[in-house]
Design a binder for this molecule. Structure first.
Ligand code: GDP
Length: 305
């Protein structure tokens, strides 16, 4: 399965660290908890999130008096699931379905260059098309010619229309054209790519707000989802980017890519916990099939089993 394969490196690192944390111990005592704390931090789970997990386990130890180290994995798995925020609409994308009554469903995609934004949009276009939806792409990243070219390649591959203009055009006017065209063509889901320059916070904020405003001229409750794409292999950098983007705009979902290339998939926990924004998709490879709808139970399960 592509989830298990994609998380293999993370799982190996994670379980290895936990095994070392409990080595030679039969019960979970203060020393085991210290070791465990170190293990989680070094797996990129993040200090705050680690502390919360440890506190939850401490509370269990205090309550149950005796917890054997062999029980620790399943307890950890449960607490990790508890830590992963509930998606307000966990089922929004299960089987790449879309909520009824929102047509076109407008998905705005944000994130810095190189994180896998274009690839994610291409994968989404593929999956929604496979699920029988009419998809359109909007190339509102008019800053990089390469971005529009790449997106065009993905639109050809998925066989879906793309609305684009020459480089340097006003991103908001491309978004406006795209929304109008999507309405006229009876499109189910419009995916809008945006420029990911971290120029200045105000600049980013203004550009994203302007795009939103023009979309709302046509569809008042759109965009229906604002997905921030983060590269899971970049650890602390991904967290910095999440801070930057959540300060600039209302991010409603996260996509964490490149989890296949890293042993540091623990960052998913840190990000989901710290920002209280649901992780909606994860990327575990370069092929279209390697974009998965995030399921916290499956995720936690594949880390331990
Ligand atoms: P953008 O600049 O954010 O649009 O990034 P791209 O979509 O062009 O992706 C940058 C590179 O990351 C490309 O080589 C992609 O194939 C690769 N990539 C994207 N997502 C994943 C993923 O989940 N796993 C792996 N291994 N590579 C990915």
């Amino acid at each position: 399965e592509s989830l298990d394969q994609g998380l293999e490196k993370t799982k190996e690192g994670f379980l290895g660290k936990i095994a070392r944390a409990v080595a030679g111990k039969s019960t979970v005592d203060a020393e085991v908890l210290d070791n465990l704390e170190e293990a989680l931090v070094s797996a990129d789970v993040g200090i705050e999130t680690t502390v919360e997990i440890i506190e939850r386990i401490e509370a269990r130890v205090a309550r149950d008096k005796y917890i054997s180290t062999s029980e620790l994995n399943s307890i950890l798995q449960q607490e990790i699931e508890n830590i992963l925020v509930d998606a307000p609409a966990d089922t929004t994308y299960s089987n790449f379905d879309l909520p009824a009554g929102k047509k076109p469903f407008v998905l705005m995609v944000v994130g810095v260059n190189g994180v896998g934004k274009t690839t994610t949009i291409g994968k989404l276009a593929h999956h929604f098309t496979q699920a029988g939806k009419k998809v359109m792409l909007g190339a509102a990243d008019t800053f990089r010619a390469a971005a529009v070219d790449q997106l065009t390649i993905w639109s050809d591959r998925a066989g879906v229309p793309i609305v684009k203009r020459e480089m340097g055009s006003d991103p908001a006017s491309v978004a406006f054209d795209a929304v109008n065209s999507a309405v006229a063509k009876d499109i189910d889901v419009l995916i809008i790519d945006t420029a990911g320059r971290l120029h200045t916070k105000t600049h980013l904020m203004e550009e994203l707000s302007k795009i939103k405003r023009v979309i709302q001229k046509v569809i008042p409750d759109a965009p229906h989802d604002v997905l921030l794409v983060l590269d899971g292999s970049t650890g602390q950098n991904a967290i910095e980017q999440a801070k930057h983007f959540t300060a600039a705009t209302d991010v409603t979902g996260l996509v964490i890519t490149k989890l296949d290339g890293t042993a540091k998939g623990g960052v998913v926990l840190a990000i989901a916990h710290q920002f209280k924004i649901p992780v909606k998709f994860i990327g575990v490879g370069e092929r279209v099939e390697d974009l998965l709808v995030f399921d916290k139970h499956e995720f936690a399960d594949s880390l331990f089993n």
